[in-house]
Design a protein around this ligand. Structure first.
Ligand SMILES: N[C@@H](CCC(=O)N[C@@H](CS)C(=O)NCC(=O)O)C(=O)O
Length: 227
C-alpha cells in the first residue's frame, strides 16, 4: 500500500534534506524535492523564506504542516506515516540505541563536522585553521568512536535492520568524508557506509538529490587524484 501525504509533501533543500528524502524513499512515500541554493544567496529565494524565515535547510511542507530540523522531520514522518517506519517500537530493546544514534548523527556528528567543512571550504585564507574548527573535529572524532563501538555489536546502529538512526549517521559520515577531510580509518564504519549507501532507496534518493550527487562525484574524483 502506498501512503500519500496530504497535498504531496515537498522537501525544501538538500544538505541534511538528503536524510528526509532517503527516509521517504525507504517508506515508499511520494514527495517532491524543491532545490534551495544557499550559495546563490538565500535572500533571493523569497518563496523559501516564506517557508523558513530563518533561511536554513531542510524544511518540509505538506498540507498545513511546515517543519524544519532534519531529525524532527524524520521523527514526524515516522510517527505520522507508519507502520512501515524504519524505527523500532519504543518497547523494543533496540529503541534506546536507535534514539541515541538518531540524535547523535546530528548533535554529535553533523553539527560538529559542518563547522569543519565551513572552515575548510568557505573561510577566508588564513582563517581556515582556527581553534573552534579543531575542537569541532575532536568532538566529531570522539562521537565517531561511539559509532564504531556500536557497529562491533550489530550491522546497523539499532540492530539487524536499517532504521532512521542510520539515515542520520550515514549522512554525517558522508559529509565528513566528502568535504570535512575525514578518512574513515576503521573497517567497521567503512563497511557500514558501504552497506547503508548500497540500498536501493539510498540510490533513488541520490538520483533525486542532484547537488548531493554532484558533490559525491567530485569528492571521489578528488580522492582519486590524491587531493
Ligand atoms: N540541525 C539542523 C541543521 C540545519 C543546517 O545547519 N543546515 C545547513 C545546510 S545542511 C544550512 O542551511 N546552513 C545555512 C544556515 O544555517 O544558515 C538540521 O538538522 O536540519
Amino acid at each position: 500500500m502506498v501512503i500519500r501525504l496530504p497535498n504531496m509533501s515537498a522537501v525544501f533543500g538538500e544538505g541534511r534534506g538528503f536524510r528526509a528524502v532517503w527516509l521517504l524513499e525507504e517508506m515508499g512515500i511520494p514527495y517532491r524535492l524543491r532545490p534551495v541554493d544557499l550559495l546563490a544567496g538565500i535572500e533571493k529565494d523569497t518563496e523559501f523564506l516564506a517557508i523558513n524565515p530563518a533561511g536554513f535547510i531542510p524544511a518540509i511542507k505538506g498540507g498545513s504542516v511546515t517543519m524544519v530540523e532534519s531529525l524532527a522531520i524524520m521523527e514526524y514522518l515516522i510517527a505520522r506515516y507508519g507502520p512501515t517506519q524504519p524505527a523500532p517500537d519504543p518497547r523494543d530493546p533496540a529503541f534506546p540505541a536507535y534514539q541515541q544514534f538518531l540524535h547523535q548523527g546530528e548533535a554529535g556528528l553533523a553539527a560538529s563536522i559542518y563547522f569543519v567543512v565551513g572552515a575548510g571550504n568557505f573561510a577566508p585564507e588564513g582563517r581556515r585553521q582556527n581553534w573552534s574548527a579543531g575542537q569541532a573535529r575532536e568532538v566529531f572524532d570522539g562521537r565517531l568512536g561511539l559509532v564504531t563501538r556500536q557497529l562491533a555489536r550489530s550491522p546497523y546502529l539499532a540492530g539487524e535492520t536499517l532504521a532512521a538512526a542510520d539515515n542520520s549517521v550515514t549522512y554525517a559520515l558522508e559529509l565528513a568524508q566528502r568535504a570535512g577531510g575525514v578518512t574513515l580509518g576503521e573497517a567497521a564504519p567503512r563497511a557500514y557506509v558501504a552497506r547503508t549507501s548500497g540500498r536501493e532507496a539510498y540510490k533513488r534518493a541520490m538520483e533525486t538529490c542532484k547537488s548531493t550527487k554532484a558533490s559525491a562525484i567530485k569528492a571521489v574524483a578528488a580522492q582519486a587524484a590524491g587531493q
